[in-house]
Design a protein around this ligand. Structure first.
Ligand code: NAD
Length: 312
């Protein structure tokens, strides 16, 4: 019983990614330096900051936690934008309300944004523009950490078919994503669809379909509302189910999940019932450890993308 399902822990996936990051680190001439700006009293934010500090230290990155008054934060970010000693920045949100926090996100230079929240980076992601320097295409655009962590997990699990060309490796896959927040669910659905998947994006209001259409003819995904659809329609046809609903009450209905599906939970709560293992072929119960390595990977990329400084 439960014999066929493999449970895969984020730590084991993170290990492989760390090896890749360590290799990349050898190609840069100094320890990349990350500044974390903490301007709220949220214990979860502090925990994440401490965890970032530890992961940085263990892996040859330099991390400084800057605890600042939130009214000074915008100036502090501007200062860090111009400080050559700072390679990358992360701000622990929420600081104010979502509108004012967006102003902060826009203040971070896109060349130092390891979270991938700058307007140009977000726009590149939705438009399926992968490089910052066309047509040379040496500098990859930075993607948001949690959605990219899910992509890396799907690569690890061979859901990405490497026989296919880059950018089309999810062709033929049907994936349900439960969560359509601006920070995780919507960008994730877009990324997966841009890579060729048919994505059913589910939130409290209903279902949307993200796809590049027949034969992936469209250059980027398009979105349409799926009137009358719910999880009962999406789950039986999805080879992959990714869930990130906050709150401990929410559970994905196991009975609708397709036999042999790959189930991934990114919520801080357990969105899948224990009996998911009787249906799934692979179950990933949490992803946080991968997300934090992606942060370092983004920092490394930001250093590699850095515009050449004029010689003094
Ligand atoms: P959010 O509150 O902004 O978004 C929640 C989403 O879930 C919304 O799209 C909402 O419509 C949807 N939802 C809520 N109830 C639903 C229901 N019954 N059926 C279908 N959809 C429903 O939250 P968020 O910032 O996206 O974070 C979601 C979760 O992911 C949290 O638990 C958070 O801790 C976690 N998270 C994890 C990581 C990580 O790296 N592991 C990173 C960021 C967030």
């Amino acid at each position: 019983q439960n014999g066929a399902c493999k449970t895969v822990l984020a730590g084991s996936i993170a290990k492989n990614l760390i090896v890749e990051v360590q290799e990349g680190l050898k190609t840069v001439d100094r320890k990349p330096r990350l500044h974390g700006f903490l301007a709220n009293k949220d214990p979860a934010a502090r925990m994440y900051a401490d965890w970032t500090a530890k992961t940085c230290r263990e892996n040859g990155f330099d991390f400084t936690l800057r605890e600042v008054d939130r009214e000074d934060l915008e100036d502090e970010i501007r200062h860090a934008n111009n400080d050559n000693d700072v390679d990358g920045m992360i701000v622990y949100y929420p600081v104010f309300d979502s509108t004012r926090d967006r102003t902060l996100q826009w203040t971070v230079s896109m060349y130092k944004d390891v979270e991938g929240l700058s307007p140009q980076l977000i726009s590149n992601m939705y438009q399926n523009i992968r490089f910052l320097d066309p047509p040379t295409n040496l500098k990859k655009s930075i993607l948001p950490c949690t959605p990219l962590a899910v992509v890396k997990i799907l690569e690890h699990l061979r859901i990405y078919n490497t026989f296919l060309d880059y950018g089309k490796r999810l062709f033929g896959r049907r994936i349900t994503v439960i969560n359509r927040s601006e920070v995780v669910g919507r960008p994730l659905a877009a990324l997966l669809a841009n890579d060729g998947a048919e994505v059913y994006s589910v939130d409290v209001t209903g279902v949307q379909h993200f796809s590049r259409g027949t034969g992936l003819r469209k250059q980027k995904h398009e979105v349409r509302d799926m009137e009358g659809w719910g999880l009962e329609q999406c789950l039986p046809i999805s080879e992959v189910v990714i869930s990130g609903v906050p709150g401990e009450k929410y559970k994905v209905p196991t009975e609708s999940i397709r036999e042999g599906a790959v189930c991934i939970n990114f919520s801080s709560e357990k969105n899948f019932n224990p009996d998911v293992k009787e249906k799934a072929s692979i179950y990933v119960p949490a992803i946080g450890k991968v997300t934090i390595v992606i942060l370092l990977r983004n920092l490394l990329r930001v250093v590699q993308n850095r515009p050449q400084e004029p010689t003094k």
